[in-house]
Ligand binder design. Structure first.
Ligand SMILES: [Mg+2]
Length: 382
């Protein structure tokens, strides 16, 4: 079998799908994208295609190494997201060619189902009580919300009280019938992260995510030494070489590699195994589309340390399309309570409505994240 063609489709809400064709009529789909820079990743995918056309898609390991090591400069969000989506598509082809789901090729199931959690509330954590009630109605009992709005490098007791009040209301309304993680979203700097974590501790969040930016990862072990709340991070880390450093320094309890950013299935399977060796759990980051989610699920289903799976149904970013809009076999993603079941079809298990993808890709928006500013006019982290 030979790879003959790579086609990319940028799509609402902020996704990009990749179709890899072969000379034997089997095609694979991947989701190479970095949110807000889809065109840059698209250019990278096409630039890398010269290493793919004419190659045997079954040699995923060799192709991964060629894409990664074949360029003198490597790593980072753009190149690694391009490799990630290509890698997903190659696994999809392999599974389809052999007639089995990808998890079978990775050694088979280690669990029967995986807990999913749902985002609640938007960019700013208001109206979460109502949101949680609605989602409880469809079976969710685990949630994630933004832990705070923009937070000054040194901020006021008033801002801290407002942040704590949202979380206190959740525990008051639901007791411990639900669990929730708080995503600081890299909005908080180290001095305020210390204060906020201490103030939020009594409400026992399930985890605190990106308490500071990945660029300040040296603070993770220091913050972990201060609190018993599990600390999560990883969505802005790329390749096992970057994860190696955070695992070695300690501090993280939950590792959140993104299957569309960190190097795809080939790489995240290895990152998951590295995490297990450090007694660190896995919760793949996935605010993206159905192919990225399927890739996450295949790794979850073969990794004992996977604890829960993020997914983007109803997420505030999904303006213009929902998670399953482009999927034909929607029923395969239906959940059993708050759990996903193993994808059952060969390959990744996502049947893409290609006609709709082609049609909708003609008016794809260029999504950008907001640029926030503080009261004094300086740039704040979103
Ligand atoms: Mg996050």
């Amino acid at each position: 079998m030979k790879i003959t063609k790579l086609t990319t489709y940028r799509l609402a809400p902020r996704w990009m799908f990749l179709k890899v064709d072969t000379d034997e009529g089997i095609s694979g789909w991947g989701e190479p994208v970095i949110e807000g820079r889809a065109r840059s990743v698209e250019a990278a995918v096409h630039e890398l295609s010269e290493y793919l056309i004419g190659q045997d898609p079954a040699r995923i390991n060799d192709i991964w190494q060629t894409l990664y090591r074949g360029g003198f400069y490597r790593g980072g969000p753009i190149l690694m997201s391009a490799i990630s989506g290509i890698d997903q598509a190659l696994w999809d082809i392999k599974g389809k060619a052999l007639g089995v789901p990808v998890y079978q090729l990775l050694g088979g199931l280690v669990r029967d189902k995986i807990k999913a959690y749902s985002w609640v509330g938007g960019d700013r954590p208001a109206e979460v009580i109502e949101g949680i009630r609605k989602l409880q109605g469809i079976g969710f009992d685990t949630f994630k919300l933004n832990g705070c709005e923009e937070m000054g490098l040194i901020d006021s007791s008033r801002k801290i009280d407002a942040t704590v009040a949202v979380v206190a209301q959740i525990r008051e309304a639901f007791g411990n019938s639900i669990e929730f993680g708080l995503d600081f979203h890299g909005r908080v700097n180290a001095p305020m992260a210390k204060v906020l974590i201490k103030e939020l501790e009594p409400y026992r969040p399930l985890f605190i995510e990106e308490p500071v930016l990945a660029e300040q990862a040296e603070y993770y072990p220091r913050l972990a030494a201060q609190t018993h709340i599990p600390i999560a991070a990883g969505e802005r880390m790329y390749s096992r070489f970057e994860f190696k450093r955070v695992l070695e320094q300690g501090g993280l309890a939950i590792l959140q590699p993104d299957l569309s950013h960190a190097g795809g299935i080939t790489e995240c399977y290895k990152i998951a195994a590295m995490a297990e060796a450090y007694d660190v759990t896995l919760a793949p980051h996935c605010p993206l589309g159905p192919i990225a989610l399927a890739a996450c699920l295949h790794v979850d289903f073969v990794s004992r340390n996977a604890v829960f799976q993020e997914q983007s149904m109803g997420i505030h970013y999904n303006q213009g399309a929902e998670l399953l809009d482009y999927v034909v076999n929607k029923e395969d993603f239906s959940m059993e309570g708050a759990f996903f079941l193993p994808p059952s079809k060969p390959g990744l298990g996502v049947v893409i409505n290609e006609e709709l993808v082609i049609e909708r890709s003609k008016q794809a928006p260029d999504w950008r994240n907001p640029v926030w500013r503080y009261e004094d006019g300086s740039v704040a982290e979103w």
